[in-house]
Design a binder for this molecule. Structure first.
Ligand SMILES: *Cc1c(COP(=O)(O)O)cnc(C)c1O
Length: 959
C-alpha cells in the first residue's frame, strides 16, 4: 500500500533503483527546486501545503489504492504482454474503418514527432502558422474531394459529424418539420450516434430504405435527409432524384461519404448535396481499434457561418503578409455558450494533419492510383465470387463486395479468420472491404474462405457516366510539390519549425494542463497490436484492449471516487454530453421527465452550456460573488425557484477561477435536497488526483480530460479522450454501442461516439502514466502543480494582481492575472502581453477565459523552476515595458507591446520605431543563440472574417 506522506521527491529503495523512478522525470522541480517553491510559500513540505490550500472537506480520507509505480522499462514490458493479447488480423471489415499504409515519413515526423503532437490548439496564430497551414491543406483536400465550398479543420469522428450536420440543417432548413430522414444503408454506428443526438433535442429520426430511389422517400414533411455514398453495404447509388425531391420539400441534404471513393466518383457537391460528412481515417491514419481519426464536414458557402468546430482561414498580418488563423467562431462556445452551434472544443487536429500530409505526399494522381487499385481488386473479387456461383448483391460499388451466402455467413467469416483475415457477417451476407493494404494473397485467401479457388476472372471496370468523376481536385501546388521523401521531410520540418510547442517552451495555459507527454507513454500508440485492430474485430481478438480498458477504467474510478466509467467519449465536450444524458436518463427512469433545468455558474467553460442544450436541458446561470466563488445566495434562490424542474448543477472543481471553493459540499447537499444531480466538470482534475475525489466530496458524475490530466498530448487541438465517470445510480445510463456489447450497459443512453471505445489507441498513454507514477507519484505531481501555481501567483502578485484566491490566500493549480487595471491605465491589452510573450519565446497563457481582460496561468508539475522563473522574469520584464508606456516614454501604439510579435523580416526593413531592434527581438533574458522568430507579425483577424477564405491561397498571394 502507498504511504500518504509526501515530504518531497525523496524515495527509499536501493540506490540502483533510483534512476528508474519515473515520477522524478515527470515532475520538473527536483528536491532543491521544490525547496525554492515551498520557501516562497512559507510551507515546510507538500503535506503542509495541501492542508493549507485544499479544504478539509475535499481532501481524501485515504491514500489511492493503485499499483505501486513501475519503471519505464517494466511498464513497456507489461504493455507488450497486454498488446500480445490483441490479434490484429488483415482487416477487411470496412464499415467506415479501413486498413491504410501510413507513409513512414508521416508516421515518424508527425505522429511520433513532439513538435506536432505536443502543440496546442492554434488560438495564438502567430506561433502556429505551421499547423494552421497543414489544417488549411486538410480543408482544401476535403473541399476539393467533396465538391463543396468550405470544410472545417476536423470533426471528432464520422458519427458525430453526421449528428452535427443534422443539427446544422435543423437550424437552417426552411422546413419547420422535426423529422430527419436517414438512408437505411448508413453505417450502423452513425445511425446510433444520430439516435442519441436526435431525441433529446426533439428531432424525430425516420430510417428509410432508399434503395429504390424516389418511390421509397417517406411521405410528409422532413427538414433534412442523410444519404450514404457509398452506402454501408458498399452500394453506390444515384441519389440525384432523391436530393432534388428533398430540396423541393424545402429540406436540406447531407451525404455521408468516403474521400478515397471520391477520387473516382462524382462528388456530393455535384449531385446537389448541401453538406458532406465522413472520416479521413483511410488517409494514412491507423485503425487503432476505432480512433482517434479525423472526421470531416463540408458545406455550401451559404451555410459557412453555421459550421461547427474550428475553421482555419486566410488573413494578413500587420505587414500585409498572408497569414493563417482560426476564422469566425474561433472560441465560439465561450462567446455564445448555450447559443453555440455545437459543443466541440478539442477536435482531431493531429489526425487531420496526418490525413492532409497523406494527400500532400500522394497528390491527386497517387490517390487516384490507390483508389483504382482498390476498385479493381473489388471488381476482381466480385466476379470471382460470381463465377463460383455466389451472388454479389450490388451492381455498383467502390471497395466493398457484399456476397449472399445463405446459412453460411458465419462459417465463411470463421474460415477467413483462420486465414488471418477479418470479414464482416451481416445475416446471410458477408461483406469484404478492400483497402490500400489489400494484396493478391489476401484476396486469394478470401476466395478460399468461400470454398472457392482463385483463378482468372474477367471483369468490366465500367462505371455509369453519372458516377464517373470528371472534375479535377487537389490542383493546388502544395499537392504536387512534395513527391520525394526528402522534400516531404523538409516540408514537415519547415512547418513545425514555425510553431511553438512543448518541445520548445512551457505552455502555461490555464484550464488546459499542458504537461509532459512522456516518450515512454507514447511508445505503444504505433505498435501494430494497438494500431492495426478494427473496432468491430471479433472481441476475442481484442483481449489486450479489453484488459487495458478494464484496468484504466478501474484506476480512474479509484482516482475519482466514482463507481463506473465509460471511455467512449472522444473529447471533454462529448464526456459532458454523455454525463448530462446519464442524468437525464436517470431522472426519466424515475418518471421525472420534467427535470430539465441545468444550473451553470457564470464562470463555466463554454462547452458546459452548449452540452446542456444538446442534452435537451435549459440553462440557468448562477452568479459569481465578488470573491470569485459561486454566489451561494443566488444559488439558493435559483434552486428554490426551479426545485421541481431541477435536473442538475454543472460546476468545475477546483473552479475555473483556479480556486478550491470551500462551499462545494454545501452546494451539492443543496442541489441533492432539491432532487437535482451534481455534475463536476473534471477538466481541472490535475489539482485533485491523489488529493480529493469528486465522487466522494459531492459529485454524481464527472468527465475527465485524459488529454489534460493524464498526459495524452494535445496534438495541436486533438485528439482527446473525455471519459465520463459516474456514481453507481447513474451507471445504467452510461454510453453503449450497437456493435459491441462490452462497450456499455444494455440500458445505456446509446452511442456518444462512433467507435465502441472511442479513441482507444491512445489509452495506453494514460495507462502508462498512471502505471509509472503510482499513487505517491500522482499525489506528488498534484501537489507540485499546486505549489508551482502558487509560486507564480506570489512572485507576480506585485506586478499583476492575482484576481482570485481561496482561503489562506492560496490558488489551486492555476492563477488568473488581472490585466484590466493595466489596460485601463495604459491601453496595453491582454492581446499585447500575449503577443509580446512570443517575442520572449513563450506561448501565452489562456487569454480572457474565464474572465475577459485577464490571463490564466497554469504551469503544471512538469516545468522545472528554471523554466518557471524564465516565464516569471519575462512577465516582469513585460511589466517593465508597460511601465514605460505608463510613464509616457512610448505611446502604446508605437510600443514593442503593440508591435509584437516581431519578425526577422521587419528587422531587415527600415526601422522607425521609438524602441531599438534589440529591444524588439532580444529583450531581457532572450539569448540571440536561442531566439524563436515567429514567421508573421500580428494577424488581423477581422480582415480575414470580412474576406472569408478557407482553402489554400494561390501562390501569388504570397508574392
Ligand atoms: C478543456 C475543458 C473542457 C472541454 O474539453 P474538450 O476536450 O476540449 O472538449 C471542458 N471544461 C473545462 C473546464 C475545460 O478546461
Amino acid at each position: 500500500m502507498s504511504t500518504s506522506s509526501v515530504p518531497g521527491p525523496s524515495h527509499s529503495g536501493p540506490v540502483a533503483e533510483r534512476s528508474a523512478v519515473f515520477a522524478d522525470r515527470h515532475i520538473g522541480p527536483d528536491a532543491g527546486g521544490l525547496d525554492t517553491l515551498l520557501r516562497v510559500l512559507g510551507q515546510p513540505d507538500l503535506d503542509a501545503l495541501e492542508k493549507a490550500a485544499v479544504p478539509a472537506a475535499v481532501r481524501n480520507d485515504r491514500p489511492l489504492e493503485l499499483p505501486e509505480a513501475a519503471s519505464e522499462a517494466a511498464t513497456l514490458t507489461e504493455l507488450r504482454a497486454i498488446a500480445a493479447r490483441n490479434r490484429p488480423a488483415v482487416s477487411m471489415i470496412g464499415l467506415g474503418y479501413h486498413d491504410t499504409i501510413t507513409p513512414g515519413v508521416i508516421q515518424r515526423n508527425v505522429l511520433e514527432s513532439p513538435a506536432w503532437y505536443t502543440a496546442y490548439t492554434p488560438y495564438q496564430p502567430e506561433i502556429s502558422q505551421g499547423r494552421l497551414e497543414a489544417l488549411l491543406n486538410f480543408q482544401t483536400a476535403v473541399t476539393d474531394l467533396t465538391g463543396l465550398d468550405i470544410a472545417n479543420a476536423s470533426m471528432l469522428d464520422e458519427g458525430t459529424a453526421a449528428a452535427e450536420a443534422m443539427t446544422l440543417i435543423k437550424r437552417t432548413a426552411r422546413s419547420k418539420s422535426s423529422r430527419f430522414v436517414v438512408d437505411a444503408d448508413t453505417l450502423p454506428q452513425t445511425l446510433a450516434v444520430l439516435r442519441t443526438r436526435a431525441e433529446p433535442v426533439g428531432i424525430e429520426l425516420v430510417v428509410a430504405d432508399l434503395s429504390n430511389g424516389l418511390e421509397s422517400l417517406p411521405v410528409g414533411d422532413f427538414f433534412g435527409l442523410l444519404l450514404s455514398y457509398p452506402g454501408a453495404s458498399g452500394a453506390v447509388r444515384d441519389h440525384r432524384q432523391v436530393i432534388a425531391a428533398a430540396h423541393e420539400r424545402e429540406a436540406k441534404v447531407v451525404v455521408a461519404t468516403d474521400l478515397l471513393a471520391l477520387t473516382l466518383l462524382t462528388p456530393p457537391g455535384e449531385v446537389g448535396a448541401d453538406v458532406a460528412v465522413g472520416s479521413a481515417q483511410r488517409f494514412g491514419v491507423p485503425l487503432g481499434f476505432g480512433g482517434p481519426h479525423a472526421g470531416f464536414i463540408a458545406v455550401r458557402s451559404e451555410l459557412q457561418r453555421q459550421l461547427p468546430g474550428r475553421l482555419v482561414g486566410v488573413s494578413k498580418d500587420s505587414h500585409g503578409t498572408t497569414a493563417f488563423r482560426l476564422a469566425l467562431q474561433t472560441r465560439e462556445q465561450h462567446i455564445r455558450r448555450e447559443k453555440a452551434t455545437s459543443n466541440i472544443c478539442t477536435a482531431q487536429v493531429l489526425l487531420a494533419v496526418m490525413a492532409s500530409m497523406y494527400a500532400v505526399y500522394h497528390g491527386p494522381d497517387g490517390l487516384k492510383r490507390i483508389a483504382e487499385r482498390v476498385r479493381k481488386h473489388a471488381l476482381w473479387l466480385a466476379s470471382t465470387l460470381q463465377h463460383g456461383g455466389i451472388a454479389v448483391e450490388h451492381e455498383l460499388f467502390f471497395d466493398t463486395v457484399r456476397a449472399a451466402v445463405p446459412g453460411r455467413a458465419r462459417e465463411v467469416v470463421a474460415a477467413a479468420r483462420e486465414r488471418g483475415i477479418h470479414l464482416w457477417a451481416d445475416g446471410d451476407h458477408v461483406q469484404i472491404s478492400i483497402s490500400e493494404a489489400t494484396t493478391g494473397e489476401h484476396l486469394a485467401a478470401v476466395v478460399e474462405s468461400f470454398g472457392l479457388q482463385a483463378g482468372f476472372a474477367a471483369y468490366a471496370p465500367l462505371m455509369p457516366q453519372w458516377a464517373e468523376r470528371t472534375s479535377e481536385y487537389l490542383t493546388h501546388p502544395v499537392f504536387h510539390a512534395h513527391r520525394s521523401e526528402t522534400s516531404m521531410l523538409r516540408y514537415l520540418r519547415r512547418l513545425s519549425d514555425s510553431d511553438l510547442a512543448l518541445d520548445r517552451t512551457m505552455i502555461p495555459l490555464g484550464s488546459c494542463t499542458m504537461k509532459l507527454n512522456a516518450t515512454t507513454e507514447m511508445a505503444a500508440v504505433t505498435w501494430p497490436e494497438f494500431a492495426g485492430l478494427h473496432p468491430f474485430a471479433p472481441i476475442e481478438d481484442a483481449a489486450g484492449y479489453l484488459e487495458l480498458i478494464d484496468q484504466l477504467s478501474s484506476w480512474l474510478c479509484e482516482v475519482t471516487g466514482y463507481a463506473a466509467v465509460s471511455l467512449q467519449p472522444n473529447a471533454g465536450s462529448q464526456g459532458e454530453l454523455a454525463g448530462l444524458l446519464a442524468i437525464r436518463g436517470y431522472h426519466r427512469s424515475r418518471g421525472d421527465e420534467g427535470r430539465t433545468v441545468c444550473l451553470i455558474p457564470a464562470s463555466a467553460h463554454g462547452t458546459n452550456a452548449a452540452s446542456a442544450v444538446m442534452a435537451g436541458m435549459s440553462v440557468v446561470v448562477v452568479k459569481t460573488a465578488t470573491t470569485g466563488d459561486i454566489d451561494m445566495a443566488d444559488l439558493r434562490a435559483k434552486v428554490e425557484q426551479h426545485a421541481d424542474r431541477l435536473a442538475a448543477i454543472m460546476i468545475t472543481y477546483p473552479s475555473t477561477h483556479g480556486v478550491f471553493e470551500e462551499t462545494v459540499t454545501e452546494l451539492s447537499d443543496l442541489v441533492h435536497a432539491a432532487g437535482g444531480q451534481v455534475y463536476v466538470d473534471g477538466a481541472n482534475l490535475n489539482a485533485l488526483v491523489g488529493v480529493g475525489r469528486p465522487g466522494v466530496f459531492g459529485g454524481d458524475v464527472s468527465h475527465l480530460n485524459l488529454h489534460k490530466t493524464f498526459c495524452i498530448p494535445h496534438g495541436g487541438g486533438g485528439p482527446g479522450v473525455g471519459p465520463v465517470a459516474v456514481a453507481a445510480h447513474l451507471a445504467p445510463f452510461l454510453p453503449n454501442h450497437p456493435m459491441v456489447a462490452q462497450a456499455g450497459p444494455e440500458t445505456g443512453i446509446g452511442a456518444i461516439a462512433a467507435a465502441p471505445f472511442g479513441s482507444a489507441s491512445i489509452l495506453p498513454i494514460s495507462w502508462a502514466y498512471i502505471r509509472m507514477m503510482g499513487p505517491d507519484g500522482l499525489r506528488r505531481a498534484t501537489l507540485t502543480a499546486i505549489a508551482s501555481a502558487n509560486y507564480i501567483a506570489r512572485r507576480l502578485q506585485e506586478h499583476y494582481p492575482v484576481l482570485y484566491t481561496g482561503a489562506g490566500g492560496y490558488v489551486a493549480h492555476e492563477c488568473i492575472l488581472d490585466l484590466r487595471p493595466i489596460t485601463a491605465a495604459t491601453g496595453v491589452t491582454v492581446d499585447d502581453v500575449a503577443k509580446r510573450l512570443a517575442d520572449y519565446g513563450f506561448h501565452a497563457p489562456t487569454m480572457s477565459f474565464p474572465v475577459a481582460g485577464t490571463l490564466m496561468v497554469e504551469p503544471t508539475e512538469s516545468e522545472d523552476v528554471a523554466e518557471i522563473d524564465r516565464f516569471i522574469d519575462a512577465m516582469i520584464a513585460i511589466k517593465g515595458e508597460i511601465d514605460r508606456v505608463a510613464a509616457g516614454e512610448w505611446d502604446v501604439a508605437d510600443s514593442p507591446l503593440r508591435g509584437a510579435p516581431h519578425t526577422a523580416a521587419e528587422l531587415a526593413a527600415d526601422w522607425e520605431r521609438p524602441y531599438s531592434r534589440t529591444e524588439a527581438v532580444f529583450p531581457a533574458g532572450v539569448s540571440p543563440a536561442h531566439k524563436y522568430f515567429p514567421p508573421v507579425g500580428r494577424i488581423d483577424g477581422a480582415y480575414g472574417d470580412r474576406n472569408l477564405m478557407c482553402s489554400c491561397p494561390s501562390p501569388e498571394a504570397y508574392a
